[in-house]
Design a binder for this molecule. Structure first.
Ligand code: UDP
Length: 435
């Protein structure tokens, strides 16, 4: 298959308006966004990633790009279309940057570089800023050579303890970017030039169908139609089928909790991303593990469980679970908290920063702890309510889309006005740079 880059057209209509957020986040942040957008009017910004659906990056871009366009910025979203082999390699890179063991072969390097080069060649010259998300398109910058645009590498994962071989291979490509952005300081890739890093946490869109207010009766109807008993307690985890999200650990903890909470139901709502070949295998394993267990429900995006259903499942849960063992940010955490839900989650990546102060005991490190906290919360409605209310306020202040948009516009403005140091051009266009 010929690798190519294509525009993700669905996202490009400016169907939203930043003023709609004023009542939720207050005036200061909206005023600053409008001032920055005025200064950046007409700027051509191109986001590049490798999947249009499934996972947090696609979720973010689907909201950010239209909002930026509505503000007069010419934002585009382009996708790499690579071969299955390319996605096998990039998924391995993704895991390796999060610390998995991996033996990097010459063939992996060449598949990765070939798709990056072929794809980058198809980019037009009309952009002022490229924002490259995660490792998949990280060699674009090297491949296009010096054409005057600014380049930002936006890393969404925790790269603090990477597999050394993969990190050493990618570092020279990453260092060609004008800025590298991580979710938090602790995630930064060791060895990357620290003078060119920035730290910006992701955010959720409170006005999306995933997060907008829904009436309780509607949420209950959605889960009842899906087969759940609305009179019995329920917990849910919403996640890609990914080993780092530990769905098998969730099942194990749920079965322990069910011994003390008879009738407890578990829903695993999971998507499979277009760039995630491992997901299919894990889904099959989860289905095998839960076969014949009438109180565990497994739903996927492939069976029509979309944003509205995710919203309803989160709202209709008594307790939300996110048992990640490794995590980038974990948008699902803010999604549940914004809905005023109590949540028990793995102490991983960006999850702790989303927790309101005083509720850290619901950050867990084992299946047993998860089961114990779920049992505790199911038995204590007042605690569920207090935790949920504190969590919603925490998210309102820190993790809603306008704050993210403001931070990104600040960064783009500073990059375009020379606030950031330029990287030297690569030695030869298309060639891996020398360190
Ligand atoms: N998601 C979804 N349907 C699913 C599973 C996940 O819409 O079946 C969404 C979820 O609501 C969240 C995103 O996918 O918005 C996952 O982002 P997160 O940062 O939690 O994890 P990632 O998948 O990026 O590791």
């Amino acid at each position: 298959m010929l690798p190519k880059v294509s525009v993700h057209r669905f996202s490009c209509a400016p169907f939203t308006n930043v003023e709609n957020y004023r009542r939720l986040v207050g005036g200061d942040v909206i005023d600053e966004i409008e001032a920055l957008a005025h200064a950046l009017k007409g700027a051509r910004v191109c986001h590049i990633n490798s999947t249009g659906f499934g996972g947090g990056v696609a979720e973010l871009l689907a909201r950010l790009v239209p909002l930026a366009r509505a503000l007069g910025i010419n934002a585009d979203w382009r996708l790499i279309q690579g071969s299955p082999e390319f996605f096998r390699v990039t998924k391995a890179f993704h895991n390796a940057l999060q610390g998995s063991a991996y033996s990097l072969s010459e063939s992996d390097k060449s598949i990765y570089l070939q798709v990056n080069r072929e794809s980058a060649r198809l980019l037009d010259d009309s952009y002022d800023v490229f924002v490259v998300h995660d490792p998949q398109p990280a060699a674009f910058r090297a491949a296009v050579g010096e054409r005057g645009a600014k380049w930002i590498w936006r890393c969404h994962i925790d790269t603090s303890e990477p597999n050394r071989e993969v990190a050493a291979f990618l570092l020279p490509f990453l260092e060609l970017h004008d800025v590298a952005v991580f979710t938090m300081r602790e995630f930064a890739l060791p060895g990357l030039d620290a003078r060119r890093t920035a730290f910006i946490a992701p955010a959720i869109d409170p006005l999306s169908t995933k997060n907008m207010e829904l009436p309780d009766a509607l949420c209950l109807e959605v889960i009842a139609n899906a087969g759940l008993d609305t009179r019995r307690p329920r917990v849910v985890q919403v996640s890609r089928f990914d080993p780092w999200k530990d769905p098998l650990g969730v099942i194990d903890a749920y079965r322990t909790a069910r011994r003390e909470v008879p009738g407890l139901q578990l829903s695993l709502v999971g998507s499979i991303a277009g760039d995630d070949p491992e997901g299919w295998q894990l889904l099959a394993r989860v289905q095998e593990e839960t076969a014949g267990d009438d109180d565990i429900y497994v739903f996927t995006n492939l069976a029509g469980v979309g944003s509205m259903e995710v919203n309803a499942f989160q709202r209709a849960a008594d307790v939300v679970i996110q048992k990640s063992v490794r995590e980038g940010f974990g948008l699902v955490v803010s999604e549940a908290f914004w809905k005023g839900k109590p949540l028990v989650a793995g102490r991983a990546g960006g999850i702790p920063m989303q927790f309101p102060e005083g509720h850290e005991r619901y950050l867990i490190s084992s299946n047993e702890e998860l089961a114990a906290r779920v049992v505790e919360l199911i038995g204590d409605p007042a605690q569920r309510k207090a935790f949920g209310a504190a969590a919603r306020e925490h998210v309102r202040e820190r993790f809603l889309l306008p704050r993210l948009l403001r931070d990104e516009l600040r960064l783009i403005h500073s990059v375009l006005t020379g606030g950031e140091r330029r990287a030297p051009p690569p030695a030869a266009p298309g060639a891996p740079p020398k360190r």
